[in-house]
Design a protein around this ligand. Structure first.
Ligand code: KIV
Length: 255
């Protein structure tokens, strides 16, 4: 395997069909190390850890301290992959706060940061990028807005949504983001944004035509079996396998 460290500058050029971005989330040392050994080039310490690790109902209760704790653990794996981390809900309300928190994630070991939104947070993104911190965008269904939106709704269907998404995506590319996650965006709109953008689109529940795909790893490997998004087909049943192993072990000595 090529051991050269993957950088945001390199990922910026990974457009399909020549290159495709495979990205997964990780929240600790073993998960990061396993994904890295599997060859995943972009690993995200996502604030999805709120649900799949910390047991919160959504991502909004996740704090900066919790993000730092998990980024530190993931960074100890010293991945060849680029290690990105989410700025949590209400962690980037002003440019000053965005920069301070992005710096904290970088100090914890992240190599890039992600936040949710486009033109609405342009000053925050510009301030982060002025610090020389690589930035990954996130558009479409924004999980940190789930309470305001009243659920996880597909984007790109309602009048004006397509134009707004295209504008937001173009803005992120113009500012210098190295990629943009498109979450729950209709496949047609995702394909159009992917065609227009000079940087990779990384889809989650947004159809097959993005330049790359990202998933919440426990959804893929079945270690959070109590909820699986409709668009994910788990490739292993980690939760059931773990329970089986534990029961086999117990039955060796428990009467
Ligand atoms: O928090 C997260 O895991 C994410 C991915 C779903 C893209 O933002």
């Amino acid at each position: 395997m090529n051991e050269k460290k993957i950088t945001a500058t390199e990922l910026r050029g990974w457009k399909a069909p020549a290159r495709r971005v495979a990205a997964l989330t990780a929240y600790d040392y073993p998960m990061t190390r396993l994904l890295d050994e599997a060859g995943v080039p972009l690993i995200l310490v996502g604030d999805s850890l709120g649900m799949v690790v910390l047991g919160y109902p959504d991502t909004t209760p996740v704090t900066m301290e919790e993000m730092e704790h998990h980024v530190r653990a993931a960074a100890r794996a010293k991945p060849r992959a680029l290690l990105a981390a989410d700025l949590p809900y209400r962690g980037y309300e002003t440019p000053r706060q965005a920069v301070a928190n992005a710096r904290r994630l970088i100090a914890a070991g992240a190599e890039a940061v992600k936040a949710e939104g486009g033109r609405a947070i342009r000053p925050q993104i510009e301030a982060i990028m002025e610090e020389g911190i690589p930035y990954l965008g996130h558009l479409g269904m924004l999980p940190q807005s789930v309470r305001v939106e009243g659920g996880y709704h597909i984007k790109g269907r309602k009048p004006g949504e397509q134009e707004a998404l295209v504008e937001d995506a173009a803005t992120l590319a113009e500012i210098g983001a190295f990629g943009v996650v498109l979450e729950l965006v209709t496949p047609a709109v995702s394909a159009e944004i992917t065609r227009l953008l000079p940087i990779p689109t990384i889809g989650i529940g947004s159809g097959p035509d993005c330049d790359g795909q990202i998933l919440v790893t426990p959804d893929l490997v079945g270690t959070f079996p109590w909820f699986t998004p409709r668009f994910v087909k788990p490739l292993m049943n980690g939760g059931a396998e773990m329970k089986e192993a534990v029961q086999k072990w117990m039955h060796n000595f428990v009467p």
